[in-house]
Design a protein around this ligand. Structure first.
Ligand code: PHE
Length: 345
């Protein structure tokens, strides 16, 4: 009697080892058959009471071995089923199919316009300098002829650093003028691009952070005519060879005289009328002759040297160039928006 049960257990082991499955369904029936709550190994344990005491240990080991064999086999079969699923996928792969479209990245509109400015000015001998965004009020205001309590400080609402009355986020790139003039001797011919910050309510037309490009030219005998010539060249390069400019008197504490430059877009196209509010003239930048006080503040002899400076808003230029109506779109970085602009460089 016990011999028959021994051989039944051994046969079952052979049976388990010989099992093959080809899909999840067959794997599941293997599990139910050998590992489920009503599996085929269980009844053999019940036979234990029919086994003689001397052979109980041997039979117990045989059943444990059977159980383990079933468990190992299940893991093995599981591997073969998921393996064959992968093989199925590999077989579906068509290695001769043409590859999908390769999508190239695109430049951000702010970078495109900035690169254009840099190209235009480096062509006539300006070099590019960059300096810090966290400034002190001397470089941002005092050196730029805007002493404390000067009403012009109100023109640009300033972010001061926490617990500081001197350290601030620069409100304009004109602070780089002070950085350059205190560390270099004329002739100076630089443009300084960078990010600036103003404590302004964010709206379609203004943002608390944006970019400017500062220009500065200091040498002996630099005149207002030199500035006008340089800006006329810039406008023709930027907006086309037929472009006309006009300079309107304005005020900045650090330039005297100061001006605002407009370019003529005309009133013929709908877009031109919209951008110029019907006047035909588009306001492009602020400029002027460097105030002698600024030169002196920075240790440059204002009797020997003179200069001109200008400042252009990059977002504003990009909005004008591409007809973007809301400055916030430039900072949202929605890929559907920023990938539309084609760069020339
Ligand atoms: N810093 C001025 C501004 O932010 C622009 C400017 C620069 C004007 C240089 C004149 C000369 O509005």
């Amino acid at each position: 009697m016990s011999e028959a049960i021994f051989s039944k257990a051994k046969e079952m082991k052979e049976e388990i080892l010989a099992q093959l499955v080809s899909n999840e369904q067959e794997l599941e029936s293997f599990r139910i058959q050998y590992l489920g709550t009503k599996n085929q190994i269980k009844p053999l344990f019940a036979e234990m009471r029919n086994i003689s005491n001397e052979r109980k240990k041997e039979f117990g080991q045989l059943l444990n071995d059977l159980k383990q064999t079933a468990e190992h086999k299940f893991e093995e079969l599981k591997g073969s089923v998921s393996g064959s699923a992968n093989e199925g996928q590999a077989a579906d792969l068509d290695l001769t199919a043409p590859p999908g479209e390769i999508v190239l990245g695109s430049r951000h509109p702010v970078s495109i316009v900035l690169n254009r400015f840099i190209k235009i000015f480096t062509k006539i001998g300006f070099t590019v300098v960059e300096d810090r965004e966290v400034e002190d009020d001397w470089h941002n205001f005092t050196a730029m002829n805007t002493p404390e309590d000067h009403p012009a400080r109100d023109m640009q609402d300033t972010f001061y650093l926490k617990d500081s009355t001197t350290d601030l986020l620069r409100t304009h790139t004109s602070s780089v003028q002070a950085r350059v003039m205190t560390s270099q001797k004329p002739p100076i011919r630089i443009i300084a691009p960078g990010r600036v910050y103003r404590n302004e309510t964010i709206s379609a037309r203004s943002h608390c952070q944006f970019h400017q490009v500062e220009g500065l030219y200091v040498d002996e005998n630099v005149s207002f005519a030199d500035m006008k010539q340089t800006l006329d060249y810039f406008a023709k390069e930027m907006y086309g060879p037929e472009t006309k400019i006009r300079l309107r008197p304005s005020f900045f504490p650090f330039t005297e005289p100061s001006a605002e430059m407009d370019v003529w877009l005309g009133t013929e196209t709908e877009n031109a009328r919209k951008l110029t509010k019907g006047t035909g003239w588009l306001e492009v930048l602020g400029c002027g002759m460097v105030d002698p006080n600024v030169l002196e503040n920075c240790g440059i002899d204002s009797k020997k040297y003179s200069g001109f400076a200008f400042g252009i808003g990059i977002e504003r230029s990009a909005m004008q160039k591409y007809g973007i109506s809301d400055i916030r779109m430039i900072f949202e970085n929605d890929i559907r928006f920023i990938s539309q602009f084609k760069s020339e460089i």
